[in-house]
Design a protein around this ligand. Structure first.
Ligand code: PNS
Length: 167
């Protein structure tokens, strides 16, 4: 029987509940889902790749068909290496669409056999991004249901902030 393997690539700096929601949805429809963290030499991340691997592995261990890896170079090459037939990407709002479509078309040009599948996270995560999470955390804001508690603890420790109590 044909097994469908998909790659869910991203920066995940840090992983959010929106990412986890998409992983949950992807794990339901693909036989195997490879969450792939880009080793990007251009960006200076808050968390190194090894920390992000640890965080994502911790948060996804309940799904047997999900594994978390890192990659460098072209996504299409890594997808081929994994035997993946599809790339999973999340679209939160119309504003994501243009960038995602450009990537999907470019990846198709690079490898016409690789399909891009878009999924939307739960509506509650449509405004959520790693960038906003980093900003809120750095200002001591409530990270409540935006990221897993284990990620929030690491984030506060990294930024050296104590949570504020808002009255
Ligand atoms: O979470 P992000 O930052 O939106 O993820 C972007 C990512 C990692 C999916 C994209 O930058 C990527 O695939 N990079 C690998 C290099 C590559 O293949 N570039 C051409 C993409 S069309």
């Amino acid at each position: 029987m044909k097994r469908v393997i998909a790659i869910y690539p991203g920066t995940f700096d840090p992983p959010t509940n929106g990412h986890l929601d998409l992983i949950y949805r992807g794990a339901k429809i693909f036989d195997e889902l490879v969450v792939a963290i880009l080793r990007n030499r251009d960006k200076v991340p808050l968390f190194c790749v090894e920390e992000r691997l640890e965080m994502l592995r911790e948060c996804t261990r309940q799904w047997d068909n999900v594994r978390v890896e890192s990659f460098s170079g072209l996504l299409v090459d890594y997808a081929r290496e994994c035997g993946a037939q599809a790339v999973l990407r999340g679209i939160r709002a119309v504003s994501d669409y243009e960038y995602e479509l450009q990537m999907a078309w470019m990846n198709r040009k690079l490898d016409p056999s690789l399909e891009t599948v878009f999924m939307t996270p739960a509506g509650a995560y449509s405004y959520l991004s790693s960038r906003l999470v980093r900003e809120i955390a750095s200002l001591g804001g409530d990270l409540g249901d935006l990221i897993p508690a284990s990620v929030a603890a690491r984030l506060r420790a990294r930024l050296g902030v104590v949570p504020q109590t808002h009255k």
